[in-house]
Design a protein around this ligand. Structure first.
Ligand code: WTA
Length: 648
């Protein structure tokens, strides 16, 4: 084995695309995919230029790609606007009166926006933002529930050329504050609250708290959604309805350079400080447009439901930008899958006749636990295609998804990608690629992956290694906000000239990719990527904690669970009450989804002689496995023995 990465999964089942599906798909056979793939890597510039020409540009490019590793510019010299492509472009066609967004609130309220209506609302809100002082080049932070105003806000910012930074509504006020300050955002868009599990959850409150320490913020726009009490600060806070009052609906899309920064999205890296991943406009637009079209095989008759929150990249790329650039009809849902009953998703699919469903393995595993009776109560025959994203899907969950949800009729697209890649990278094309449960199959056209050892040498078939991308692609991140050095160091230094994904993978004898998950100090809990360092620094920020190590351990439902090993200050009582206090503390620092699942107190942590915590040992311990492999660099073996004893 060339690396420490071992793949134990061996899956033999293969499911070819159903003939009927293939016949009407955008890409109809494996041979067609292979032909396109070859063209796309032989001449990527011609390939992507051909795709980009399907979209509208104010000014054509002088050059498709300028590549000075690790800096890429796509569609150099071109001018465009993604909001224009998602909206205005469709108004001169029959799609003007087609549903763009079908939205359902958790309490059951429904709103539908046609392209014409959405265009009008986006234009008005963009004009409103302008009146509040937002200009091209400014940063705007969004901290919102899953309401249509969230999609409208993204498109309005994009229309003006203001870079948006969406902060998932589950983050704490401290996390929001740090992200606002890092981006130096000028305006926050939020809501009084949203609905979750049948009750309003407050958002504005957290904004108020964050804003006591964010000098860059000038205005706050507040959507009235949940009706919970909020305090409006005069001169700073404006209700959404007042922000758009008496503005003209005529707010043309700015002509932006193709490389203009469209958004920043903070994600977890291997250090405690969140990284502001920066995406640009033209390349991201081409990438999300094409992947939406080919991976989800989008047709005008489809109702496409991506269940992600817009607070994550999946929502950016496959609720808002990609599908709307295609003129598709998207479904957007505000709440949780088990309100009022565990069949809410299936009920939504039946009532709205959803045809393409894109969700996460953690959700699928949860549904399997809730039982087949919930989906079985509903007619799911409108579905024709299923997708997953966010983490490796175990073959059993895949088979359940295929059988119980897809009626053994719908192809499944297991899509591998990252916040940094902007759009889908490894995936089946549903009419072309035979699928194997648990594999993201083959690279999307234009994507050149490889699996390598530490020093960049390709590994053999079925050998584990590091997944890298060897060529630039249009949707790739351009930098880390205000930290280009970190961008270089994090993604481009391990294997010079290649993008380092941080994931381990193997490729089988058919060239299929099997992504095994992170090889760095990042855990993937319910599809949320968290840095163990971030959780550690949250723990250590508690005054009674001296040291903490956080690792992931396998969890049947969540994919991974969070285990924390904590050393306390003298005089602290390491009891259950203190565990609860620490969990609460992490929730406050980061958000409830980052709370450790288990906490163990210890007098010391296993370290190397140079003082590095040996996480591998802790990972084994957390997973209940015997420690294997090299412990010779361990400074004090008794620490490990002690930890093991404690467990027994
Ligand atoms: C993991 C989400 C296996 C992977 C779009 C990656 C996956 C991280 C898959 C990115 C998949 C995502 N199979 N693993 N189909 N999709 N991952 O940035 O570890 O939130 O690096 O982007 O999720 O998570 P992120």
């Amino acid at each position: 084995m060339a690396t420490d990465i071992e793949s134990v999964l061996k899956e033999q089942r293969v499911f070819p695309p159903p003939d009927e599906f293939a016949a009407s798909a955008h890409v109809k056979s494996l041979a067609e995919y292979q032909r396109i793939y070859k063209l796309s890597v032989d001449d990527p510039e011609a390939f992507w230029a051909g795709i980009a020409r399907e979209l509208d540009w104010f000014k054509p490019w002088d050059k498709v790609l300028e590549w000075e590793p690790p800096n890429a510019k796509w569609f150099v010299g071109a001018e465009c606007n993604i909001s224009y492509n998602c909206l205005d472009r469709h108004l001169s066609t029959w799609r003007r009166n087609k549903a763009a967004i079908i939205w359902e609130g958790e309490p059951g309220d429904i709103r539908v926006y046609t392209y014409q209506m959405l265009h009008r609302e986006v234009s008005r809100f963009a004009a409103g933002l302008k009146r509040l002082g937002v200009q091209k080049g400014d940063r705007v932070a969004l901290y919102m529930p899953m309401v249509p105003e969230l999609a409208i806000s993204l498109l309005a910012c994009a229309r003006l050329g203001a870079t948006h930074s969406v902060v998932f509504g589950g983050f704490s006020s401290d996390a929001l504050r740090d992200r606002i300050n890092d981006a130096q955002a000028k305006v926050v868009i939020t809501a009084d609250g949203g609905f979750r599990r049948g009750a309003p959850f407050p958002l504005k409150e957290a904004v108020d708290k964050a804003l006591t320490e964010t000098p860059s913020i000038e205005k706050v726009v507040v959507v009235k959604r949940a009706g919970n009490d909020v305090v409006m600060k005069p001169g700073r806070d404006v209700w959404w309805d007042d922000a758009i009052k008496d503005v003209s609906a005529d707010c043309p899309a700015e002509h932006l350079d193709a490389e203009h920064p469209l958004f920043i999205l903070y994600t977890s890296g291997t250090t405690g400080k969140p990284k502001g991943v920066v995406h640009s406009t033209g390349g991201y637009m081409a990438h999300t447009y094409l992947t939406s079209k080919w991976v989800f095989d989008l047709k005008d008759t489809d109702t496409f439901w991506c269940t992600a929150d817009v607070g994550w990249v999946t929502g950016h790329s496959y609720i808002v930008y990609g599908p709307l650039a295609n003129g598709a009809t998207i479904l957007m849902y505000e709440g949780v899958p088990n309100h009022p009953e565990p069949d809410r998703f299936w009920d939504i699919i039946e009532r709205h006749q959803v045809s393409v469903l894109y969700t996460a393995p953690t959700a699928i595993r949860t549904f399997t636990r809730w039982g087949d009776e919930w989906p079985n109560k509903h007619d799911l025959s409108s579905l024709r295609l299923l997708g997953t994203v966010g983490e490796p899907i175990n073959p059993e969950a895949w088979m359940w998804y295929r059988d119980v949800i897809g009626g053994n009729r719908c192809p499944i697209v297991d899509t591998w990608w990252q916040t940094e890649t902007g759009g889908i990278m490894l995936t089946p094309l549903p009419g072309a690629t035979p699928t194997k449960p648990g594999s993201a199959t083959l690279p999307f056209p234009g994507v050149v992956p490889e699996i390598v050892t530490h020093d960049g040498k390709p590994v053999g078939d079925n050998e584990g290694g590091y997944l890298i991308i060897k060529k630039p692609w249009p949707g790739m991140l351009r930098t880390i906000y205000n930290d280009h050095e970190r961008f270089k160091e994090q993604y481009w230094s391990q294997i010079p000239g290649c993008y380092f994904t941080g994931d381990g993978a193997r490729r089988d004898e058919d060239g299929y990719y099997w992504v095994m998950g992170r090889i760095d100090d990042v855990v993937n809990v319910s599809g949320h990527r968290l840095s163990t360092m971030e959780i550690e620094s949250a723990l250590v920020s508690h005054k009674q904690v001296t040291e903490a190590a956080v690792v992931g351990r396998p969890d049947e439902v969540k994919g991974q669970a969070i285990s924390a090993f904590v050393t306390c200050a003298a005089g602290t009582k390491p009891d259950d009450a203190f565990k609860q206090e620490l969990r609460k503390h992490v929730a406050k620092e980061i958000g409830a989804f980052a709370k450790p699942d288990d906490i163990r107190f210890t007098d010391s942590l296993p370290k190397t002689r140079s003082g590095k915590i040996m996480r591998r040992l802790l990972r084994d311990l957390a997973a209940g496995k015997d420690t294997v492999g090299d412990t010779t660099t361990l400074e004090d073996y008794s620490v490990l023995a002690k930890l093991r004893e404690d467990e027994e």
